[in-house]
Ligand binder design. Structure first.
Ligand SMILES: Cc1ncc(COP(=O)(O)OP(=O)(O)O)c(N)n1
Ligand SMILES: Cc1ncsc1CCOP(=O)(O)O
Ligand SMILES: [Mg+2]
Length: 306
């Protein structure tokens, strides 16, 4: 029988090391509780390479799971929203949730300007995002308006990255915000965005960020970066498929989007984790034939979803 923290850490590592391989052990910065399952899980998560805030989250969830079940089960990686202190599931049924979006957003093209948005909407991509990076407020406002006009007459759902107020004014379908974007909003601004009726998607890069995102009950969660990406410098290492499976198990009540380094070859593996959407940038924008690439990615998604 497993009794102390060291035994618990060993049992967790024996059960999960093989699938969570490929991450170097993380620095261990101490315990915040004396509970043995928490302590053992905290140590094991650091050895499995989870960053400190994620180790803390999983270890606390493992302690909560043990108390809820009445026994410690090393095989059962925590995946119950109650053990993470999340809101009620499904999140869309919460009184304060953002408006729902389809559980499967399908192929999700993240695009650098309105012209690209129009091209991919006309090519039949079901979900598109304007990710226009500029310091020029007038150019940003023009591009947001142009993107909204570019999807008219198509069935594409348009999310605007970062510029939530412009997205509301222009009448986009939704907004995508990162953790820092969300942190910059006051509670009144979050309320303004919620009251606008636009959908909200939030970026997450691990357990702690998923818990943080859940507090605003967004319309979808993006999980990344799954694989290495050269598109932007990421603050966290690529998560890999095993973690993606763990995140999707926990957050399965949300529409989920996997992002980061996904291409034709990797798409089926990412989809198999249980997400309903795959977001790509370079697999479309960097292709010789972007419309053809989008069609091929959509066909592969269809195969994977059967
Ligand atoms: C679908 C999707 N997922 C993640 C991101 C990244 O958003 P964010 O963290 O705000 O970073 P920037 O894109 O603003 O650099 C995204 N845009 N879309
Ligand atoms: C914006 C963003 N957020 C997480 S990964 C990523 C970039 C994804 O780009 P690519 O599909 O080209 O790797
Ligand atoms: Mg952003």
């Amino acid at each position: 029988m497993t009794q102390n923290a060291s035994d618990i850490a060993r049992a967790i590592l024996a059960a999960h090391s093989a699938r969570f391989d490929g991450h170097p052990a993380a620095a261990f910065d101490g315990f915040s509780s004396d509970a043995p399952v928490y302590r053992g899980a905290r140590e094991a998560c650091a050895r499995l390479g989870f960053i400190a805030i994620d180790s803390e989250c999983v270890a606390r969830a493992w302690q909560a799971q043990t108390e809820r079940l009445g026994h410690f089960d090393a095989a059962q990686w925590p995946a119950d929203p109650r053990d993470f202190g999340l809101g009620s599931f499904p999140p869309a049924a919460r009184a304060n949730s953002f408006p729902p979006c389809p559980i499967a957003l399908g192929l999700y093209a993240v695009l650098p300007d309105a012209a690209w948005v129009g091209r991919m909407a006309r090519a039949g991509v079901p979900t598109v995002q304007l990710r226009f990076k500029s310091d020029d407020p007038a150019a940003i406002a023009r591009e947001v308006q142009a993107a909204v006009e570019a999807v008219r007459g198509t069935s594409a759902l348009l999310f605007i990255n970062d510029h939530w107020q412009l997205a509301i004014e222009a009448g986009a379908y939704g907004v995508h915000l990162g953790q820092e974007d969300l942190d910059a909003l006051t509670p009144a601004e979050v309320q303004q965005l919620r009251a606008s009726g636009l959908r909200l998607g939030v970026s997450t890069h691990g357990y702690a960020e998923m818990v943080r995102a859940d507090a605003v009950s967004p319309s979808y969660l993006a999980l990344g970066a799954v694989f290495p990406t050269t598109l932007k410098k990421m603050a966290t290492a690529p998560q890999g498929l095993a973690r993606l499976h763990g995140y999707a198990d926990l957050m399965r009540g949300y529409p989920l989007v996997a992002i980061g380094g996904i291409d034709m070859d990797r798409l089926p593996q990412a989809l198999a984790a249980g997400v309903g959407s795959i977001a790509v940038v370079r697999a479309i924008v960097g292709a010789d034939d972007p419309e053809g690439a989008a069609r091929a990615l959509m066909a592969r998604m269809q195969q994977g979803m059967r």
